[in-house]
Write a protein that binds this ligand. Structure first.
Ligand code: DQA
Length: 157
């Protein structure tokens, strides 16, 4: 069976490339989408890549993942710092593996970015590695699902 991993992106991530490239890097979200699909091919998983600026839409997609996907990679953007709704949505799909990703190292930035509402209910968190964080997260989720290279599967046992 082919696993599907939802890659869900929150507010303002559609502005990547133009938006504060010194912090978030120069890649556009479309380029990150292409990178994720190519990682998906390597890992033998389907990638369903999405972005919305709307909290309720993100909640809908997390619930949808709970019904039809095997895992979730989410960059919740600023909602990661504030949203009890996203926290609850992720709780509702447990024990599905969920990786929280931030391009920037949120812990090295303003104090209001240090707290994440997602981390306590995520399987793990990757931040500070730019767009490569999405690829690291896909490898981590795939290995949880028993997909991808054997060495990675072993490493997370
Ligand atoms: C971000 C970090 C958040 O603090 C910020 O609001 C974003 C992007 C990141 O990927 O580094 O929109 O999630």
């Amino acid at each position: 069976m082919t696993h599907t991993i939802f890659v869900i992106n929150g507010p303002n991530l559609n502005m990547l490339g133009k938006r504060e490239p010194g912090i978030y890097g120069g890649k556009t979200l479309d380029e990150i989408d292409v990178d994720c699909r190519s990682a998906g091919k390597t890992l033998g998983v389907e990638i369903d890549f999405r972005q919305s600026n709307h909290e309720g839409v993100l909640v809908d997609w997390i619930q949808e993942a709970g019904g039809s996907a095997s895992g979730v990679v989410i960059n919740p953007g600023a909602y990661g710092h504030t949203s009890i709704a996203l926290h609850d949505a992720i709780r509702s799909i447990q024990p599905m593996p969920v990786a929280e990703v931030h391009l920037s190292n949120i812990h090295a930035r303003e104090p209001f970015r240090h707290k994440t509402m997602i981390a306590p209910v995520a399987t793990g968190v990757i931040c500070g590695f730019g767009s490569h964080g999405y690829i690291l997260a896909l490898h981590a989720i795939a290995s949880r699902l028993g997909a991808g290279p054997d060495s990675l599967r072993e490493a997370t046992r």
